[in-house]
Design a protein around this ligand. Structure first.
Ligand code: TXA
Ligand code: MG
Length: 326
């Protein structure tokens, strides 16, 4: 059978029968399974080659369904959910019985979000009608690689495995945002950002009226987060000023459009602003690998709003390379 489809009913059928299906979301593509099927969930770890203790995000159709997974949510988190969902926000709250150890990596908290992509939403609504209360979906890349933002990226990383097992990929076009959701810890009296994303500190503070825990943005603090995340094969190097950089041969550049391309360097992306930068980043890194570039230089946009999340992902990609130069 064809692995890639744009038929939501076909994807729903696959998932309801215990198969995996990669799904489009507004952030990145996820590799989904029925959260209540332990055999299907186990296959996610197998497909991605993902460590078992690395917890998964549960994707649900609506707020009512989200509440089934949380024991209780602080009022500020309820407000955040109501204004940001559907959207690129994941809340980590105390779990109910529905969230098994297999999903949470044995933790007493569970991560939940309502994706905004219309096809993902339609799929979740259709599945809810047949009793599926949530889909667990990590990013649909092989473990450690950059997240996929198109169905083609999923095919490149997991296509062979999915075809072999009769699983599917729901094609919903390129992900609009391009980097993973903001993860907010919602177990205490104030928000704590575990992973920065499109929903930044300023927005969270303006919605909740509460200051985000100081210093909670930036460093990877998400449980199970490893250094080897979000990484292409090429060496990623963050640069301050391309005009003063000594570019090595066979290298590429990702930078805002007003920054010129030095002679001999392959331009991988020329985004117009920070939002464009986020949506093009992973595609550009993958393209660098396809061209067998040795180095990918990245000139970061301003470190505010989504720029914080961009800096976080690029730093992780660069970190691996400097720590493990193999
Ligand atoms: O935008 C996204 O969030 C995408 C799309 C597909 O929804 N998903 C995604 O999933 O990025 P994944 O598995 O690649 O990253 C999920 C992150 C992991 O870093 C994991 O450690 C964290 O969420 N996480 C999940 N459950 C958690 C929990 N109970 N406590 C703390 N962190 C948790
Ligand atoms: Mg991931």
């Amino acid at each position: 059978m064809t692995v890639v489809t744009s038929d939501i009913a076909a994807a729903a059928q696959l998932l309801a029968s215990g198969h995996l299906c990669a799904i489009p979301t507004e952030t990145v593509y996820g590799l989904a399974a029925d959260a209540s099927s332990s055999t299907a969930v186990a296959r996610i770890f197998e497909a991605k080659n993902r460590p078992q203790d690395h917890p998964l995000i549960v994707h649900v159709a609506d707020y009512e369904s989200a509440l089934l997974w949380f024991d209780a949510l602080p009022v500020w988190a309820q407000e955040l959910a109501r204004s940001c969902w559907p959207g690129p926000l994941t809340l980590v709250g105390n779990r109910t019985q529905l969230a098994t150890d297999q999903i949470t990596g044995g933790q007493h908290t569970v991560a939940v979000r309502i994706p905004a992509h219309p096809m993902a939403r339609a799929l979740l609504v259709e599945l809810k009608q047949v009793g599926v209360q949530g889909l667990v979906a990590p990013s649909a890349n092989r473990f450690g690689h950059v997240s996929p933002t198109t169905a083609e990226h999923v095919v490149a990383d997991l296509g062979a495995y999915l075809a072999q097992h009769g699983d599917g990929i729901l094609d919903g076009g390129p992900s609009e945002i391009g980097i993973e959701s903001t993860i907010v810890l919602a177990t205490g009296s104030s928000p704590r950002i575990l992973r920065p994303g499109a929903i930044g500190t300023e927005l969270i503070e303006s919605i909740t009226g509460i200051s985000v825990d100081a210093g909670s943005e930036g460093a990877p603090r998400v449980s199970g987060a490893l250094a080897s995340h979000y990484s292409p094969d090429a060496q990623v190097i963050v640069i301050a000023d391309p005009a003063h950089e000594d570019f090595q041969a066979n290298s590429g550049l990702i930078a805002l459009i007003d920054i010129p391309t030095p002679a001999g360097v392959t331009r991988l992306a020329s985004p117009a602003d920070s939002n464009d930068f986020a949506s093009q980043l992973y595609e550009a890194m993958r393209q660098g690998d396809q061209l067998n570039l040795h180095q990918i230089y990245v000139a970061l946009p301003t470190r505010s709003g989504i720029g914080v999340a961009i800096a976080d992902r690029v730093a992780k990609a660069a970190f691996v390379q400097t720590q493990e130069p193999s």
